[in-house]
Design a protein around this ligand. Structure first.
Ligand code: UN1
Length: 509
């Protein structure tokens, strides 16, 4: 496994400043909120954290803006999102650099993240000319029964470090087209990317004459998130993060009878059947398991391989893992950038130790890299671990590149193992047997929100709804009809008959 040299913190700071300048961000200098880079683990800038008063003001302003935005015709609202999409195209490379600097993604994945933002903007622009309601057959003569979708209110968006820009855009592009306004509390680990997104949207709003407070950014710690969670003016709280965060958040939003949309942890598996095309499977598995240094919620974490092909496939994966270049994510040859932080590396080490203690065998990877060059950074080799059963640590989500490999004998057994985890986000099967694929996709197959065939678990397109079941939280974001979560429906009965007739044949008076 090769490693590439690292840029210095000074170089990264200068690069970040140049990209922020190009986007038009003025860095809100302060001392209580650091911006760091996982490439060296060091501090880039001191920023200013939002106070409780800032949060209060942001929500009040977003609520006031909602009162005009909700009555702006939806296709006009789409103009704002179209302009945002144009600016994202123009600044694709600038924003991707910031994602790499703050989240540690390799350049191609950072560019992919911005592409995902552009794609959702396109989708939301189209949506702004749709937002279809429906008419329903009325049981009464001279009556029309209809369902209309209306804007909901202020959407609070809480997002994670691993998709610091795209997940915001899934929520924001759709919410804005739906007539909502947005208050965003991003991950504390990616403030610069958030400032850039906020600025691009502010520029778009300025260009088309939309109220500036359609969007408000709050850089801050958990206390900001908590304030949003408890604020009754936040009509929908859309939160992406750990299952633990979701368990804390959802009951509080529910206590005020607010709505929440949760995208929580995944513990995604792929089944490799005996008929699988192994060339394709190896590529799909390595990207899904080691890509983004294992820090996607869709990352492949468990591989269930039919015993007939287990040895061959495992040997090929070991060979692939041994040549994965770990290092500077700006270097085109690198495939695995750093983990987000040293605590993330400790979690990975802890999980590997537990797996070993439970009888797991580390077949490849798992060692720290570049510790001398960057003692504060968390570079590591993606790990491949053979296990005989799904003991506790295998059933948990460790947000790091660990792939557990387990052999199975029958599809029934594989499906049972597949679904025997608390989470239910993404899943896949590699097979050339159509019947097996259909069973996997059927009601009795994968219990996840995403189920793929002959493709890995990660890297979903924006056109489909994104989300999962069980501990993943049940939310659906992004494409398809996920927009309905950002609106309220009103059912209307219109009597044009000139006579009053009551439903269910009730007579009165
Ligand atoms: C996430 O990891 O939070 O499907 C989102 C994917 C990406 C989105 C991941 N399109 O892997």
């Amino acid at each position: 496994m090769t490693s590439t040299a690292l840029p210095s913190t000074d170089d990264l700071r200068a690069r970040a400043r140049a990209r922020l300048d190009a986007i038009g961000v003025r860095i809100p200098e302060g001392s209580d909120f650091p911006a760091r880079t996982p490439l060296t683990g060091e501090r880039l800038f001191g920023l200013r954290a939002a106070t409780a008063a800032d949060t209060e003001r942001a929500v009040a302003e977003a609520r006031a803006a909602f009162l005009t935005w909700r009555s702006t015709p939806a296709p006009h609202r789409g103009e704002l999102v179209r302009r945002l999409g144009e600016l994202l195209r123009e600044h694709k490379s600038d924003l991707a650099d910031l994602v790499t600097i703050e989240a540690g993604k390799i350049r191609s994945e950072s560019l992919g993240e911005v592409q995902e933002m552009i794609d959702i903007c396109d989708f939301a622009v189209g949506l702004s000319r749709q937002l279809y309601g429906r008419t329903i057959a009325s049981e009464r003569p001279g009556h029309r029964l209809a369902e209309t979708w209306h804007p909901l209110g202020v959407v609070g968006v809480i997002s994670a470090f691993n998709f610091p820009a795209a997940v915001w855009s899934w929520n924001t592009a759709v919410a804005l087209a739906c007539g909502d306004t947005v208050v965003w509390k991003p991950s504390e680990l990616t403030p610069l990317t958030s400032l850039a997104c906020d600025r691009l949207l502010a520029r778009a709003a300025d260009d088309i004459g939309a109220p500036p407070a359609v969007h408000r950014l709050l850089l801050g710690d958990r206390s900001v998130g908590r304030q949003l969670v408890d604020d009754p003016r936040i009509a929908l709280l859309s939160a992406t993060g750990s299952t633990r965060m979701g368990r804390e958040t959802a009951p509080r939003v529910a206590a005020r009878l607010g709505r929440s949309l949760l995208e929580l942890g995944g513990n995604n598996a792929a089944i490799v059947a005996p008929s699988a095309d192994l060339d394709l499977a190896v590529q799909g598995i390595v990207f899904a398991a080691a890509g983004t240094a294992g820090q996607r919620c869709t990352t492949l974490r468990r591989l269930l391989v039919h015993r007939d092909v287990a040895e061959t496939l495992t040997a090929r994966l070991v060979a692939a893992y041994r040549t994965l270049p770990v290092g500077d994510p700006f270097d085109d040859r690198t495939l695995v950038g750093p983990l987000i932080s040293l605590p993330a590396l400790e979690e990975m080490d802890g999980a590997l130790a537990r797996a070993r203690a439970a009888g797991g065998e580390i077949l490849a990877g798992g060692r720290r890299r570049l510790a001398d060059a960057a003692p504060g950074a968390a570079y590591c080799e993606p790990a491949l671990v053979r296990v005989e059963e799904q003991f506790d640590v295998v059933r948990e989500e460790t947000f790091a590149p660990i792939l557990y490999v387990l052999a199975y004998d029958t599809l029934e057994e594989a499906l049972a193992l597949h679904n025997d985890v608390p989470q239910g986000l993404s899943s896949s099967i590699f097979t050339r047997d159509q019947r097996e694929a259909e069973v996997f996709l059927s009601a009795a197959g994968s219990d996840c929100g995403i189920a793929n065939v002959n493709i890995g678990t990660s890297g979903a397109e924006i056109g489909g709804a994104f989300g999962g079941e069980k501990d993943t939280g049940g939310g659906r974001e992004s494409g398809s009809d996920a927009w309905k979560s950002y609106m309220r429906s009103a059912t209307s009965t219109v009597n044009y008959s000139g006579e009053l007739s009551l439903a269910q044949n009730v007579s009165f008076l």
